[in-house]
Ligand binder design. Structure first.
Ligand code: PHE
Length: 525
Protein backbone atom coordinates (compact mmCIF):
# COMPACT_ATOMS: atom_id res chain seq x y z
CA UNK A 1 0.00 0.00 0.00
CA UNK A 2 2.60 2.45 1.05
CA UNK A 3 4.46 1.77 -2.17
CA UNK A 4 1.55 2.61 -4.44
CA UNK A 5 0.87 5.66 -2.36
CA UNK A 6 4.37 7.03 -2.77
CA UNK A 7 4.27 6.26 -6.50
CA UNK A 8 1.15 8.43 -6.68
CA UNK A 9 3.11 11.31 -5.16
CA UNK A 10 2.45 13.52 -2.16
CA UNK A 11 2.56 17.23 -1.40
CA UNK A 12 5.83 18.55 -0.06
CA UNK A 13 4.12 20.80 2.41
CA UNK A 14 0.69 21.81 3.62
CA UNK A 15 1.27 25.18 1.96
CA UNK A 16 1.78 23.43 -1.38
CA UNK A 17 -1.58 21.74 -1.04
CA UNK A 18 -3.40 24.91 0.06
CA UNK A 19 -1.94 26.86 -2.83
CA UNK A 20 -2.87 24.12 -5.30
CA UNK A 21 -6.41 23.68 -3.97
CA UNK A 22 -7.08 27.41 -3.75
CA UNK A 23 -5.49 27.81 -7.18
CA UNK A 24 -8.00 25.27 -8.45
CA UNK A 25 -10.88 27.06 -6.83
CA UNK A 26 -9.86 30.55 -7.92
CA UNK A 27 -10.26 30.77 -11.65
CA UNK A 28 -12.45 32.08 -14.44
CA UNK A 29 -15.35 31.29 -12.12
CA UNK A 30 -14.25 33.95 -9.66
CA UNK A 31 -13.16 36.62 -12.06
CA UNK A 32 -15.68 36.22 -14.85
CA UNK A 33 -18.64 34.03 -13.97
CA UNK A 34 -19.25 35.34 -10.46
CA UNK A 35 -19.52 38.94 -11.56
CA UNK A 36 -21.62 38.22 -14.60
CA UNK A 37 -23.95 36.02 -12.58
CA UNK A 38 -24.14 38.64 -9.87
CA UNK A 39 -24.85 41.26 -12.52
CA UNK A 40 -27.43 39.14 -14.28
CA UNK A 41 -29.27 38.30 -11.07
CA UNK A 42 -29.10 41.87 -9.78
CA UNK A 43 -26.12 42.39 -7.50
CA UNK A 44 -27.44 42.50 -3.95
CA UNK A 45 -30.00 39.80 -4.72
CA UNK A 46 -27.27 37.37 -5.61
CA UNK A 47 -24.70 37.52 -2.88
CA UNK A 48 -27.02 36.60 0.01
CA UNK A 49 -28.11 33.24 -1.46
CA UNK A 50 -24.51 32.79 -2.47
CA UNK A 51 -23.28 33.40 1.04
CA UNK A 52 -25.81 30.97 2.42
CA UNK A 53 -24.82 28.37 -0.17
CA UNK A 54 -21.25 28.66 1.06
CA UNK A 55 -22.20 27.48 4.53
CA UNK A 56 -24.93 24.95 3.83
CA UNK A 57 -23.47 23.45 0.68
CA UNK A 58 -19.98 24.64 -0.17
CA UNK A 59 -18.06 24.00 3.04
CA UNK A 60 -19.79 20.70 3.99
CA UNK A 61 -19.33 19.25 0.49
CA UNK A 62 -15.71 20.37 0.43
CA UNK A 63 -15.10 18.66 3.79
CA UNK A 64 -16.65 15.55 2.22
CA UNK A 65 -14.48 15.69 -0.92
CA UNK A 66 -11.29 16.42 1.02
CA UNK A 67 -12.23 13.74 3.58
CA UNK A 68 -12.73 11.12 0.86
CA UNK A 69 -9.24 11.89 -0.41
CA UNK A 70 -7.42 11.37 2.87
CA UNK A 71 -9.61 8.50 4.06
CA UNK A 72 -8.71 6.42 1.02
CA UNK A 73 -5.60 8.05 -0.47
CA UNK A 74 -7.26 7.57 -3.82
CA UNK A 75 -8.83 9.76 -6.46
CA UNK A 76 -12.57 10.34 -6.75
CA UNK A 77 -14.00 7.16 -8.40
CA UNK A 78 -11.93 4.76 -6.32
CA UNK A 79 -12.51 6.73 -3.13
CA UNK A 80 -16.25 6.55 -3.76
CA UNK A 81 -15.96 2.85 -4.62
CA UNK A 82 -14.22 2.16 -1.35
CA UNK A 83 -16.73 3.95 0.79
CA UNK A 84 -19.95 3.08 -1.07
CA UNK A 85 -19.37 0.44 -3.75
CA UNK A 86 -19.55 0.15 -7.52
CA UNK A 87 -22.50 2.44 -8.15
CA UNK A 88 -20.66 5.16 -6.34
CA UNK A 89 -17.61 4.56 -8.53
CA UNK A 90 -19.86 5.22 -11.53
CA UNK A 91 -20.78 8.63 -10.12
CA UNK A 92 -17.05 9.32 -9.79
CA UNK A 93 -16.26 8.52 -13.40
CA UNK A 94 -19.31 10.38 -14.62
CA UNK A 95 -18.10 13.49 -12.85
CA UNK A 96 -14.64 13.11 -14.37
CA UNK A 97 -16.07 12.64 -17.86
CA UNK A 98 -17.99 15.87 -17.30
CA UNK A 99 -14.79 17.49 -16.08
CA UNK A 100 -13.19 16.62 -19.41
CA UNK A 101 -15.98 18.34 -21.35
CA UNK A 102 -15.66 21.37 -19.12
CA UNK A 103 -11.88 21.41 -19.55
CA UNK A 104 -12.31 21.46 -23.32
CA UNK A 105 -14.15 24.75 -23.34
CA UNK A 106 -12.41 26.16 -20.26
CA UNK A 107 -9.10 25.89 -22.11
CA UNK A 108 -10.65 27.37 -25.25
CA UNK A 109 -11.63 30.44 -23.20
CA UNK A 110 -8.10 30.59 -21.82
CA UNK A 111 -6.79 30.43 -25.39
CA UNK A 112 -8.88 33.50 -26.26
CA UNK A 113 -7.65 35.23 -23.11
CA UNK A 114 -4.07 34.53 -24.16
CA UNK A 115 -4.84 35.99 -27.58
CA UNK A 116 -6.28 39.12 -25.96
CA UNK A 117 -3.24 39.33 -23.67
CA UNK A 118 -0.98 39.63 -26.71
CA UNK A 119 -3.52 42.02 -28.17
CA UNK A 120 -2.90 44.41 -25.27
CA UNK A 121 0.51 45.05 -26.81
CA UNK A 122 -0.87 44.91 -30.33
CA UNK A 123 -3.88 46.85 -31.47
CA UNK A 124 -6.49 45.92 -28.84
CA UNK A 125 -6.34 49.34 -27.25
CA UNK A 126 -5.88 51.37 -30.42
CA UNK A 127 -8.64 52.86 -32.51
CA UNK A 128 -9.04 52.10 -36.18
CA UNK A 129 -7.17 48.85 -36.12
CA UNK A 130 -8.41 45.31 -35.86
CA UNK A 131 -6.93 41.99 -34.75
CA UNK A 132 -4.16 40.43 -36.83
CA UNK A 133 -5.44 39.23 -40.19
CA UNK A 134 -9.03 39.82 -39.25
CA UNK A 135 -11.16 38.92 -42.21
CA UNK A 136 -14.33 40.88 -41.62
CA UNK A 137 -14.61 43.88 -39.46
CA UNK A 138 -14.44 47.49 -40.42
CA UNK A 139 -11.88 49.59 -38.57
CA UNK A 140 -13.49 51.43 -35.67
CA UNK A 141 -12.99 55.00 -34.51
CA UNK A 142 -11.81 54.17 -31.02
CA UNK A 143 -10.57 51.03 -29.36
CA UNK A 144 -13.30 48.44 -29.26
CA UNK A 145 -12.62 45.28 -27.33
CA UNK A 146 -15.75 43.69 -28.78
CA UNK A 147 -14.59 44.18 -32.34
CA UNK A 148 -11.10 43.04 -31.44
CA UNK A 149 -12.38 39.91 -29.73
CA UNK A 150 -14.67 38.90 -32.58
CA UNK A 151 -11.90 39.56 -35.04
CA UNK A 152 -9.51 37.49 -33.02
CA UNK A 153 -11.76 34.46 -32.73
CA UNK A 154 -12.43 34.49 -36.44
CA UNK A 155 -8.72 34.01 -37.12
CA UNK A 156 -6.65 30.89 -36.70
CA UNK A 157 -4.57 32.39 -33.86
CA UNK A 158 -6.72 31.02 -31.04
CA UNK A 159 -5.92 27.48 -32.18
CA UNK A 160 -2.27 28.17 -31.55
CA UNK A 161 -3.10 29.75 -28.19
CA UNK A 162 -5.20 26.72 -27.22
CA UNK A 163 -2.30 24.39 -28.00
CA UNK A 164 0.00 26.66 -25.96
CA UNK A 165 -2.34 26.51 -22.93
CA UNK A 166 -2.67 22.73 -23.16
CA UNK A 167 1.12 22.42 -23.41
CA UNK A 168 1.56 24.52 -20.27
CA UNK A 169 -1.00 22.37 -18.47
CA UNK A 170 0.75 19.14 -19.41
CA UNK A 171 4.16 20.50 -18.44
CA UNK A 172 2.86 21.55 -15.02
CA UNK A 173 1.26 18.13 -14.50
CA UNK A 174 4.22 16.17 -15.85
CA UNK A 175 5.69 15.13 -12.53
CA UNK A 176 2.46 15.37 -10.53
CA UNK A 177 2.54 17.09 -7.17
CA UNK A 178 6.21 18.10 -7.54
CA UNK A 179 5.65 20.20 -10.66
CA UNK A 180 2.18 21.37 -9.64
CA UNK A 181 3.59 22.71 -6.40
CA UNK A 182 6.35 24.59 -8.18
CA UNK A 183 3.86 26.27 -10.52
CA UNK A 184 1.29 27.25 -7.87
CA UNK A 185 3.95 28.75 -5.62
CA UNK A 186 4.54 31.34 -8.35
CA UNK A 187 1.11 31.71 -9.94
CA UNK A 188 -1.17 31.88 -6.91
CA UNK A 189 0.60 34.76 -5.10
CA UNK A 190 0.89 36.61 -8.44
CA UNK A 191 -2.82 36.23 -8.96
CA UNK A 192 -3.57 37.92 -5.62
CA UNK A 193 -1.11 40.68 -6.33
CA UNK A 194 -2.61 41.51 -9.73
CA UNK A 195 -6.13 41.40 -8.39
CA UNK A 196 -5.24 43.80 -5.61
CA UNK A 197 -3.69 46.09 -8.24
CA UNK A 198 -6.94 46.04 -10.20
CA UNK A 199 -9.13 46.71 -7.19
CA UNK A 200 -7.03 49.70 -6.15
CA UNK A 201 -7.28 51.05 -9.69
CA UNK A 202 -11.05 50.44 -9.89
CA UNK A 203 -11.84 52.03 -6.54
CA UNK A 204 -9.67 55.06 -7.05
CA UNK A 205 -11.56 55.98 -10.21
CA UNK A 206 -14.28 58.51 -9.53
CA UNK A 207 -17.63 56.76 -9.05
CA UNK A 208 -16.08 53.34 -8.48
CA UNK A 209 -17.70 53.00 -5.07
CA UNK A 210 -21.21 53.07 -6.61
CA UNK A 211 -20.58 49.70 -8.20
CA UNK A 212 -19.62 48.28 -4.84
CA UNK A 213 -22.82 49.60 -3.32
CA UNK A 214 -24.82 47.95 -6.08
CA UNK A 215 -23.09 44.66 -5.41
CA UNK A 216 -23.58 44.74 -1.67
CA UNK A 217 -26.91 46.44 -1.08
CA UNK A 218 -29.33 43.65 -0.14
CA UNK A 219 -32.23 43.29 -2.54
CA UNK A 220 -35.08 41.58 -0.70
CA UNK A 221 -37.32 41.52 -3.74
CA UNK A 222 -34.74 39.78 -5.90
CA UNK A 223 -34.11 37.02 -3.39
CA UNK A 224 -37.63 35.75 -3.92
CA UNK A 225 -36.78 34.83 -7.51
CA UNK A 226 -36.11 31.09 -7.78
CA UNK A 227 -33.62 31.60 -10.60
CA UNK A 228 -31.34 33.54 -8.27
CA UNK A 229 -30.97 30.49 -6.03
CA UNK A 230 -30.27 28.20 -8.94
CA UNK A 231 -27.59 30.59 -10.18
CA UNK A 232 -26.08 30.90 -6.71
CA UNK A 233 -25.84 27.14 -6.12
CA UNK A 234 -24.31 26.33 -9.51
CA UNK A 235 -21.88 29.18 -9.12
CA UNK A 236 -20.88 28.02 -5.63
CA UNK A 237 -20.12 24.48 -6.78
CA UNK A 238 -18.19 25.62 -9.81
CA UNK A 239 -16.26 28.24 -7.94
CA UNK A 240 -15.18 25.87 -5.17
CA UNK A 241 -14.25 23.21 -7.77
CA UNK A 242 -16.76 20.77 -6.28
CA UNK A 243 -18.55 17.92 -8.02
CA UNK A 244 -15.81 17.28 -10.55
CA UNK A 245 -13.45 15.04 -8.62
CA UNK A 246 -10.75 17.66 -8.37
CA UNK A 247 -10.65 18.25 -4.66
CA UNK A 248 -10.56 14.54 -3.81
CA UNK A 249 -7.66 13.99 -6.22
CA UNK A 250 -5.67 16.83 -4.65
CA UNK A 251 -6.51 15.71 -1.11
CA UNK A 252 -5.46 12.14 -1.88
CA UNK A 253 -1.85 13.35 -2.00
CA UNK A 254 -2.03 14.52 1.61
CA UNK A 255 -0.90 12.49 4.60
CA UNK A 256 -3.73 10.72 6.42
CA UNK A 257 -3.54 13.02 9.42
CA UNK A 258 -4.28 16.21 7.46
CA UNK A 259 -6.80 18.49 9.16
CA UNK A 260 -9.52 18.60 6.51
CA UNK A 261 -11.89 20.88 8.38
CA UNK A 262 -9.19 23.48 8.63
CA UNK A 263 -8.21 22.96 4.97
CA UNK A 264 -11.80 23.27 3.78
CA UNK A 265 -12.34 26.49 5.71
CA UNK A 266 -9.06 27.96 4.45
CA UNK A 267 -9.69 27.12 0.80
CA UNK A 268 -13.35 28.17 0.85
CA UNK A 269 -12.64 31.50 2.52
CA UNK A 270 -9.69 32.24 0.26
CA UNK A 271 -11.84 31.46 -2.76
CA UNK A 272 -14.79 33.56 -1.69
CA UNK A 273 -12.51 36.34 -0.50
CA UNK A 274 -10.91 36.49 -3.92
CA UNK A 275 -14.32 36.38 -5.53
CA UNK A 276 -15.60 39.38 -3.60
CA UNK A 277 -12.43 41.32 -4.31
CA UNK A 278 -12.81 40.50 -8.00
CA UNK A 279 -16.49 41.47 -7.80
CA UNK A 280 -15.62 44.83 -6.25
CA UNK A 281 -12.92 45.52 -8.85
CA UNK A 282 -15.19 44.60 -11.73
CA UNK A 283 -18.36 46.30 -10.49
CA UNK A 284 -16.47 49.50 -9.84
CA UNK A 285 -15.25 49.46 -13.43
CA UNK A 286 -18.72 48.75 -14.79
CA UNK A 287 -20.18 51.65 -12.88
CA UNK A 288 -17.45 54.16 -13.59
CA UNK A 289 -17.73 53.63 -17.32
CA UNK A 290 -21.46 52.83 -17.38
CA UNK A 291 -20.78 49.53 -19.05
CA UNK A 292 -23.47 46.97 -19.53
CA UNK A 293 -22.21 43.45 -20.13
CA UNK A 294 -25.09 42.29 -22.29
CA UNK A 295 -25.18 38.95 -23.96
CA UNK A 296 -23.65 36.05 -22.11
CA UNK A 297 -21.06 35.43 -19.49
CA UNK A 298 -18.03 35.94 -21.64
CA UNK A 299 -18.96 39.43 -22.71
CA UNK A 300 -17.93 40.72 -19.31
CA UNK A 301 -14.35 39.50 -19.58
CA UNK A 302 -13.83 40.07 -23.23
CA UNK A 303 -15.82 43.23 -23.98
CA UNK A 304 -16.87 45.15 -20.90
CA UNK A 305 -13.77 45.01 -18.71
CA UNK A 306 -11.23 45.71 -21.48
CA UNK A 307 -13.50 48.53 -22.67
CA UNK A 308 -13.36 49.97 -19.17
CA UNK A 309 -9.59 49.61 -19.07
CA UNK A 310 -9.33 51.34 -22.46
CA UNK A 311 -10.80 54.43 -20.79
CA UNK A 312 -8.31 54.55 -17.92
CA UNK A 313 -6.51 57.89 -17.77
CA UNK A 314 -3.17 56.12 -17.84
CA UNK A 315 -1.58 52.66 -17.91
CA UNK A 316 -4.10 51.28 -20.40
CA UNK A 317 -1.81 48.71 -22.00
CA UNK A 318 -0.27 47.72 -18.71
CA UNK A 319 -3.59 47.13 -16.94
CA UNK A 320 -5.03 45.50 -20.06
CA UNK A 321 -2.12 43.12 -20.19
CA UNK A 322 -2.30 42.45 -16.44
CA UNK A 323 -6.00 41.68 -16.59
CA UNK A 324 -5.63 39.06 -19.29
CA UNK A 325 -2.45 37.69 -17.74
CA UNK A 326 -4.41 37.33 -14.51
CA UNK A 327 -7.17 35.45 -16.34
CA UNK A 328 -4.61 33.15 -17.95
CA UNK A 329 -2.73 32.21 -14.78
CA UNK A 330 -5.86 31.93 -12.64
CA UNK A 331 -7.34 29.75 -15.37
CA UNK A 332 -4.28 27.53 -15.66
CA UNK A 333 -4.13 26.78 -11.94
CA UNK A 334 -7.76 25.65 -12.32
CA UNK A 335 -7.45 23.75 -15.60
CA UNK A 336 -4.52 21.70 -14.28
CA UNK A 337 -6.79 20.48 -11.50
CA UNK A 338 -9.57 19.67 -13.97
CA UNK A 339 -7.07 17.49 -15.86
CA UNK A 340 -5.45 16.03 -12.75
CA UNK A 341 -8.80 14.64 -11.55
CA UNK A 342 -9.24 12.19 -14.45
CA UNK A 343 -5.49 11.59 -14.87
CA UNK A 344 -5.01 10.52 -11.26
CA UNK A 345 -8.11 8.31 -11.44
CA UNK A 346 -6.73 6.53 -14.52
CA UNK A 347 -3.39 6.03 -12.75
CA UNK A 348 -5.21 4.55 -9.76
CA UNK A 349 -7.38 2.24 -11.82
CA UNK A 350 -4.86 0.94 -14.33
CA UNK A 351 -1.57 1.58 -12.51
CA UNK A 352 -0.24 3.21 -15.68
CA UNK A 353 2.62 5.70 -15.85
CA UNK A 354 1.58 9.35 -15.44
CA UNK A 355 2.52 10.42 -19.01
CA UNK A 356 0.22 7.75 -20.39
CA UNK A 357 -2.67 8.87 -18.18
CA UNK A 358 -2.05 12.49 -19.15
CA UNK A 359 -2.10 11.53 -22.83
CA UNK A 360 -5.42 9.69 -22.39
CA UNK A 361 -6.94 12.90 -21.06
CA UNK A 362 -5.08 15.40 -23.20
CA UNK A 363 -5.66 13.88 -26.64
CA UNK A 364 -9.48 14.05 -26.57
CA UNK A 365 -9.19 17.26 -24.54
CA UNK A 366 -7.08 19.08 -27.14
CA UNK A 367 -9.30 17.95 -30.01
CA UNK A 368 -12.35 19.25 -28.12
CA UNK A 369 -10.71 22.56 -27.24
CA UNK A 370 -9.64 23.12 -30.85
CA UNK A 371 -13.19 22.47 -31.94
CA UNK A 372 -14.47 25.21 -29.64
CA UNK A 373 -11.80 27.57 -30.93
CA UNK A 374 -12.39 26.91 -34.64
CA UNK A 375 -12.76 30.15 -36.54
CA UNK A 376 -15.65 28.93 -38.62
CA UNK A 377 -17.96 31.87 -39.17
CA UNK A 378 -21.66 31.63 -38.74
CA UNK A 379 -22.59 35.20 -38.88
CA UNK A 380 -20.14 37.33 -40.86
CA UNK A 381 -21.82 40.53 -39.78
CA UNK A 382 -20.74 39.58 -36.23
CA UNK A 383 -23.88 41.00 -34.78
CA UNK A 384 -24.72 37.86 -32.92
CA UNK A 385 -22.85 34.62 -32.74
CA UNK A 386 -19.33 35.18 -33.96
CA UNK A 387 -18.20 31.65 -34.49
CA UNK A 388 -19.62 28.21 -34.36
CA UNK A 389 -17.24 27.44 -31.49
CA UNK A 390 -18.59 30.33 -29.43
CA UNK A 391 -22.16 29.10 -29.83
CA UNK A 392 -21.14 25.52 -29.09
CA UNK A 393 -19.36 26.69 -25.99
CA UNK A 394 -22.34 28.60 -24.72
CA UNK A 395 -24.67 25.62 -25.11
CA UNK A 396 -22.20 23.11 -23.67
CA UNK A 397 -21.54 25.38 -20.70
CA UNK A 398 -25.24 25.66 -20.05
CA UNK A 399 -25.68 21.89 -19.68
CA UNK A 400 -22.42 21.00 -17.98
CA UNK A 401 -22.39 24.00 -15.61
CA UNK A 402 -26.02 23.72 -14.54
CA UNK A 403 -26.37 19.96 -14.32
CA UNK A 404 -23.10 18.01 -13.97
CA UNK A 405 -21.75 19.51 -10.78
CA UNK A 406 -25.01 19.68 -8.92
CA UNK A 407 -26.04 16.15 -9.94
CA UNK A 408 -22.70 14.75 -8.78
CA UNK A 409 -23.06 16.73 -5.56
CA UNK A 410 -26.50 15.23 -5.04
CA UNK A 411 -25.37 11.62 -5.52
CA UNK A 412 -22.18 12.19 -3.58
CA UNK A 413 -24.21 13.30 -0.58
CA UNK A 414 -26.51 10.27 -0.94
CA UNK A 415 -23.57 7.87 -1.19
CA UNK A 416 -21.62 9.34 1.68
CA UNK A 417 -24.63 10.32 3.78
CA UNK A 418 -26.69 7.14 3.46
CA UNK A 419 -24.54 4.32 2.09
CA UNK A 420 -21.36 4.96 4.05
CA UNK A 421 -23.01 7.01 6.77
CA UNK A 422 -22.20 10.68 7.22
CA UNK A 423 -21.15 9.97 10.81
CA UNK A 424 -18.34 7.70 9.57
CA UNK A 425 -16.89 10.39 7.38
CA UNK A 426 -17.29 12.87 10.20
CA UNK A 427 -15.49 10.55 12.60
CA UNK A 428 -12.63 10.03 10.13
CA UNK A 429 -12.25 13.77 9.60
CA UNK A 430 -12.64 14.66 13.28
CA UNK A 431 -9.84 12.30 14.23
CA UNK A 432 -7.32 14.83 12.97
CA UNK A 433 -9.30 18.04 13.21
CA UNK A 434 -8.54 20.74 15.75
CA UNK A 435 -12.06 22.01 15.28
CA UNK A 436 -14.25 18.90 15.32
CA UNK A 437 -17.46 19.10 13.34
CA UNK A 438 -20.71 18.32 15.12
CA UNK A 439 -23.72 16.19 14.19
CA UNK A 440 -25.10 19.15 12.19
CA UNK A 441 -22.77 17.91 9.44
CA UNK A 442 -24.68 14.61 9.18
CA UNK A 443 -27.96 16.47 8.92
CA UNK A 444 -26.62 18.63 6.10
CA UNK A 445 -25.08 15.78 4.10
CA UNK A 446 -28.02 13.41 4.58
CA UNK A 447 -30.97 15.78 4.29
CA UNK A 448 -30.34 19.44 3.64
CA UNK A 449 -27.82 19.26 0.78
CA UNK A 450 -29.59 16.50 -1.22
CA UNK A 451 -32.92 18.26 -0.74
CA UNK A 452 -31.59 21.64 -1.87
CA UNK A 453 -29.62 20.19 -4.76
CA UNK A 454 -32.44 17.87 -5.82
CA UNK A 455 -34.95 20.72 -5.80
CA UNK A 456 -32.73 22.98 -7.86
CA UNK A 457 -31.98 20.25 -10.41
CA UNK A 458 -35.60 19.20 -10.88
CA UNK A 459 -36.80 22.75 -11.08
CA UNK A 460 -34.06 23.57 -13.59
CA UNK A 461 -35.17 20.66 -15.74
CA UNK A 462 -38.79 21.68 -15.57
CA UNK A 463 -37.95 25.21 -16.67
CA UNK A 464 -35.71 23.80 -19.37
CA UNK A 465 -38.37 21.73 -21.02
CA UNK A 466 -41.36 23.96 -20.48
CA UNK A 467 -39.68 26.96 -22.05
CA UNK A 468 -40.50 28.02 -25.59
CA UNK A 469 -37.28 26.73 -27.06
CA UNK A 470 -34.48 24.55 -25.86
CA UNK A 471 -31.49 26.51 -24.55
CA UNK A 472 -29.61 28.17 -27.40
CA UNK A 473 -32.17 27.20 -30.00
CA UNK A 474 -33.32 30.78 -30.40
CA UNK A 475 -30.04 31.96 -31.92
CA UNK A 476 -29.63 32.03 -35.66
CA UNK A 477 -26.90 29.54 -36.44
CA UNK A 478 -27.73 29.22 -40.14
CA UNK A 479 -26.97 25.72 -41.34
CA UNK A 480 -26.04 24.74 -37.81
CA UNK A 481 -29.40 25.36 -36.18
CA UNK A 482 -29.56 21.73 -35.11
CA UNK A 483 -26.55 22.14 -32.82
CA UNK A 484 -28.37 23.25 -29.64
CA UNK A 485 -30.47 20.09 -29.85
CA UNK A 486 -27.53 17.77 -30.34
CA UNK A 487 -25.16 19.12 -27.70
CA UNK A 488 -27.18 17.99 -24.65
CA UNK A 489 -27.20 14.46 -26.07
CA UNK A 490 -23.48 14.48 -26.86
CA UNK A 491 -22.80 15.66 -23.32
CA UNK A 492 -25.18 13.26 -21.60
CA UNK A 493 -24.63 10.15 -23.69
CA UNK A 494 -20.89 10.80 -24.01
CA UNK A 495 -20.34 11.15 -20.26
CA UNK A 496 -22.62 8.21 -19.39
CA UNK A 497 -20.89 5.96 -21.95
CA UNK A 498 -17.38 6.83 -20.71
CA UNK A 499 -18.43 6.34 -17.10
CA UNK A 500 -20.14 3.00 -17.80
CA UNK A 501 -17.15 1.71 -19.73
CA UNK A 502 -14.63 2.72 -17.08
CA UNK A 503 -16.75 1.46 -14.19
CA UNK A 504 -18.26 -1.74 -15.49
CA UNK A 505 -16.19 -2.49 -18.60
CA UNK A 506 -12.76 -2.43 -16.99
CA UNK A 507 -11.50 -3.91 -13.77
CA UNK A 508 -9.00 -2.50 -11.32
CA UNK A 509 -5.42 -3.67 -11.68
CA UNK A 510 -5.34 -3.79 -7.90
CA UNK A 511 -8.80 -4.51 -6.52
CA UNK A 512 -9.82 -1.76 -4.08
CA UNK A 513 -10.59 -2.88 -0.55
CA UNK A 514 -13.70 -1.52 1.13
CA UNK A 515 -12.94 1.43 3.39
CA UNK A 516 -12.40 0.58 7.01
CA UNK A 517 -12.01 3.21 9.71
CA UNK A 518 -8.93 1.37 10.94
CA UNK A 519 -7.06 1.78 7.62
CA UNK A 520 -3.50 2.33 8.71
CA UNK A 521 -2.10 5.80 8.18
CA UNK A 522 0.12 5.86 5.12
CA UNK A 523 3.60 7.19 5.41
CA UNK A 524 4.20 9.92 2.88
CA UNK A 525 7.15 9.27 0.60
N1 PHE B 1 -13.15 26.61 -9.66
C1 PHE B 1 -12.69 26.91 -10.96
C2 PHE B 1 -13.05 28.35 -11.28
O1 PHE B 1 -13.63 29.03 -10.49
C3 PHE B 1 -13.21 25.98 -12.02
C4 PHE B 1 -13.12 24.54 -11.68
C5 PHE B 1 -14.26 23.81 -11.44
C6 PHE B 1 -11.89 23.92 -11.58
C7 PHE B 1 -14.19 22.49 -11.07
C8 PHE B 1 -11.79 22.61 -11.21
C9 PHE B 1 -12.95 21.88 -10.97
O2 PHE B 1 -12.77 28.81 -12.32
Amino acid sequence: MAETSSARGSWNSKLGFILAASGSAIGLGNIVFFSSNAYQYGGGAFYLPYFLALFVLGIPVMITEFGLGTMTNRSFPEALYRVAGRKAEFVGWWSLASALFITMYYVAILGWALGMMFGAFGSLFEGGVTAPFAPFSEPTDGPSATVYFFDLITTWWPLLCVVAIWTMNILILWKGTATIERAVRIFVPLMWLFMIGLIVRGLTLEGGVDGVLYLFTPDVQGIQEPAVWKGAFSQMFFSLSLGLGTMTAYASYLPKDADQVNNSLLVSFMNCGFEYIAGVAIFSLLFVFALNPVGGTLSLAFFAIPQGIAEFPWGVRLFGFLFFFLLVIAGITSSISLIEGPASALIDKFQIPRPQALAMVAVPGIVGSLFFALPQIIDPSLSGNGTLGLSLLDVMDHWAFNYSLLTVGFFECIMVGWVLGADKLRAAVNKYSKLPIGPWFDVIIKYVAPLLLGTVIVWNLIEEFTGETLYGAGADLGAFNWIPYVIPFIWLIGTLAVASYLTFGRTYKVAPAAYSPSDSPQTPA
